[in-house]
Design a protein around this ligand. Structure first.
Ligand code: AMP
Length: 544
């Protein structure tokens, strides 16, 4: 029997309409490329988004067209999210840290009709313009007075809005219409496009409201350090307006002192970003001997949050939510809100749970399988490749038949490429990317675990564990490390002493290689691919 309920399409335009009506005075506060701090409410934002949609229409943007952004976190970028998707076009966020080759590939692949660009990134486009589609137009995201000299024959963002009506009749269409496009990066081969829909985006926003509840609160402020160009800033531009939170947009100033200053002056309650950013913030917190005012919640994801970092935050009274996900998952897969029985455990044990990658969000199914595709038990010990299924997960890649075929298994589960264990209570523990696991003498060593313990040593600022070929053991781990400011280099044997409580002797690294900085991917994660390339001539010491 069919139910008798309405079936309204889930559309992104409804989110901002709702925020403008229900949370009209919550703000978007932005550090602008113009150099000042800018504020506007959701009500003002909705009016400007309508003007922008008229501007896009005037430039011929139609349903299904791809319109790209190359920008920091700021109110104009937020406006583009809603104007482009709201009118039925596809908001293609481009990561400015991509190599020129990748940038050329994705703009041509996406066939972007317009590219909106922050003044900062104009030189990037100028350098590759000859290789981009001839009819792509460019819009610089500033006002006339700040337009830089350029060879892009670019339009001016504010002129696109000037004089346009402050309302727009948002069209109604199928909720499965594409709304956003984000290419994966940091992998080998060409980037692959995750093509989100209105339905998946709205469902994801609702899911985040549900599972990240502790880190969200009406009337408070949230800081997405995670960029709007990387998986929709983990959905915050959709979640914050629903909740009625003000958003504090940091622009390009992502170093510890700048983030501290902004959080402190704005009284940010909750901040979201990758571990490298929090490492920088914690150095500043230590230097100042205090936390930024009102800072109470931190969401860490994108790479494993080191245990030492979680412990430091929690000891200072900042609740840590360690989440896991990926571009192909919109991105949230798991969240780190702890059940009461974990919070009642002694501090150390509670931190052990928080160091895992959390539990699945409602709507995301998880399974782990062995090399033959056979299910592996959720016993907290058995490792397998992690597969996921749900309404916020891709079913393939944009215009890429070959990659689409490989993306999902026969039962429709998406293969994440992550190796994990899951406990009987549902806690996910990521061991590695399948290609980063270290196999020594037929046994696996988790590079994530090695790194985690290494950075808990006070002399180590950051570290990566990678496999090096070994004639007898196949592979042996080595640690590539950055020394903490002012610290003395520990010897390999001192590091072994530090790590041997948690690791068997054979799992300990054979060498420490000191570097000034670790190479990062376009999304700010340590690039093991580049590290391995840099170390292709390296020879292991003869320890074993
Ligand atoms: P991206 O699509 O660039 O967001 O990268 C997704 C990948 O980042 C995942 O498949 C994981 O390998 C890694 N990742 C994301 N969150 C975490 C986390 N909390 N701990 C460890 N790895 C993570």
């Amino acid at each position: 029997m069919q139910a008798m309920m309405m079936n309204r399409p889930l559309l992104i335009s409804s989110i901002l309409d709702f925020a403008a009506e229900q949370h009209p005075n919550a703000e978007i506060v932005s550090v602008r490329t113009e150099g000042d701090l800018h504020r506007q409410t959701y009500r003002q934002t909705a009016a400007r988004v309508a003007q922008l949609a008229h501007g896009l229409e005037a430039h011929g943007v139609k349903l299904g067209d791809r319109v790209a952004t190359l920008a920091w976190n700021g109110y104009r970028h937020f406006e583009l999210y809603y104007a482009i998707s709201g009118m039925g076009a596809v908001c293609h966020t481009i990561n400015p840290r991509l190599s020129a080759e990748q940038l050329i590939y994705i703009v041509n692949h996406a066939e972007d009709k317009l590219i909106f660009v922050d003044t900062t990134f104009v030189p990037i486009l100028q350098a590759v313009k000859e290789h981009l589609p001839k009819d792509t137009r460019y819009v610089i995201m500033t006002e006339r007075a700040h337009m830089p000299a350029n060879t892009l024959d670019a339009l001016c963002y504010e002129e696109l809005l000037d004089g346009k009506p402050e309302t727009f009749d948002w069209p109604e269409f199928d909720e499965n219409t594409a709304s956003g496009l984000c290419y994966t990066s940091g992998t080998t081969g060409n980037p692959k496009g995750a093509l989100y829909s209105h339905r998946s985006t709205v469902l994801h926003a609702l899911m985040v409201c549900l599972v990240m509840g502790q880190t969200l609160a009406e009337g408070k402020k949230v800081l997405p350090v995670v960029p709007l160009f990387h998986v929709n800033a983990w959905g915050l531009p959709y979640t914050a307006p629903l909740i009625g939170m003000s958003m504090v947009m940091p622009g390009g100033a992502l170093d510890g002192p700048s983030v501290f200053k902004l959080m402190d002056s704005e009284g940010v309650f909750s901040a979201w970003g990758v571990p490298t950013v929090w490492q920088g913030l914690l150095v500043e917190v230590k230097a100042q001997g205090r936390l930024p005012k009102e800072f109470a919640q931190v969401v860490v994801g994108g790479s494993a949050a080191p245990r030492a970092m979680i412990e430091t935050f929690e000891k200072m009274g900042v609740g840590v939510n360690h989440a896991w996900g990926m571009t192909e998952m919109s991105p949230i897969g798991t969240h780190g809100v702890m059940p009461r029985w974990v919070m009642e455990k002694p501090f150390d044990q509670m931190i052990n749970y928080k160091s895992k990658q959390g539990r699945r969000a409602f709507g995301v199914d998880l399974k782990i399988v062995d090399d033959n595709g056979k299910l592996v038990p959720h016993d907290g010990k058995s490792m397998g490749e992690l597969y996921v299924r749900g309404n916020t997960i891709v079913s393939g890649y944009f215009e890429n038949e070959e990659a689409s075929k490989k993306a999902v298994d026969a039962e429709g589960w998406f293969g994440t490429g992550d190796i994990a264990t899951i406990t009987s209570e549902g806690f996910l523990s990521l061991q590695d990317r399948s290609k980063d696991l270290i196999k020594s003498g037929g046994e696996w060593i988790s590079s994530i675990d090695l790194e985690n313990l290494a950075v808990a040593h006070p002399a180590i600022a950051s570290a990566a564990a990678i496999a090096m070929p070994h004639p007898k053991w196949d592979e042996r781990p080595v640690l590539v490390a950055v020394l903490a400011p002012g610290a003395e280099k520990p010897t390999l044997y001192e590091m072994h002493a530090h790590m041997s409580e948690q690791f068997a002797k054979w799992q300990l690294p054979d060498d420490i290689i000191w570097v000034d900085a670790l190479p990062l991917t376009a999304t700010g994660k340590i690039s093991k691919l580049t590290l391995r390339q840099q170390m292709s001539d390296y020879k292991l010491p003869d320890l074993r």
